[in-house]
Write a protein that binds this ligand. Sequence first.
Ligand code: MLT
Length: 400
Amino acid sequence: MPQINENFLKLEKNYLFINIAKKVNAYKAAHPEADIIRMGIGDVTLPIAKCVVEAMKKGADEMGVKETFKGYEDSGAGYYFLREAVSGYYKSFGVDVPAGDIRINDGAKADCGNIVDIFGNDNTVLITDPAYPVYVDTNRMCGRNVIFADSNEKNGFAAMPDDSVNCDLIYLCSPNNPTGSAYTYDQLKEWIAYAKKNNAVIIYDSAYEAFITDENVPRSIYAVEGAKEVAIEMCSLSKTAGFTGMRCGYTVVPSELVVKASDGSEVKLADLWGRRQGSKFNGVSYPVQCAAAAVFTEEGLKQTRENIEYYKNNAKIIGETLDELGIKYTGGKNSPYIWLKCPGNMGSWEFFDLLLEKINVVGTPGAGFGKNGEGWFRLTAFGDKDRTIEAMQRLKTLKF
Ligand code: MLT
């Protein structure tokens, strides 16, 4: 009889968004007439830019012609044309990341989980709380010691390092999911200094970088000096270009990132990551990589920018309503997420039920992202503009 990985038995029974979907579906079954507005899961709603779709079609057509047909991509890291396009994208905001340090993936979520393979299970992992559940779950699945850095109202939901705490791996997400807060250059400098002092590695999720507006917020951790020696960065086209249903992103493991093995020898993490991917991942489909490369062309960036501005306008609409109602919130400026304090000292799930039942609006309870999320609630700006306005009008009808 096989032994199971009993760490799974210690996890929450369901992934957060599956729990929410179950609750919403049960409500819908009991109230089929309800006109539900979904502002829960961070899923995009606008169609993919035309030039990106065209590039995907062209890629698909090439697969049907003997001369241009593609089987496996032999480097295993993704087509070089796409890795170069990503490198050029980094350059456009002043960051030098060579194509050779970039590997194409099927979205940041997968790689945030996969990266755990290259680290030993005795590591202590520091995760900011609240956090995207994938970081905690995937480390708990291999039985690692997970500790937390508190992000709360006091520190503007931007946890900072505590010198009295030791750890080996650090997860940071900026702009943050779920809180919408974003680290400044100076704050990231502190994290990098802390990682160096602890010989720790930072796993940096920049999936929401395209939403950054503030000049003092970097689009990549590599915009900060010294980051290449301590940080791995994951990004995705899901939110940048509406790829949630396409699946494509990239992970950067800089060649400068070297750690010591137990025998004292120096190991490049990029080599371990390449080895892991070689054995476990066969890459992203060619037409999708063609589409992804089109995102980084001048026209692609222009068209995808329009979608981001649309979502940012939704965030503004939500923020203005909360201001009017006197409800505290963070996010919405450098992020598609608005993180609000539940009015009347309500708990997160209590507020979730109230919104679902009284105004048929679905959000995400902050408690689902960790203990510091209790009493907070996340709304996404990824919806339709008119529906966002409608949801905010409904919110104004509630008495808190
Ligand atoms: C979220 O709502 O937090 C999203 O689902 C994140 C993701 O893209 O996986």
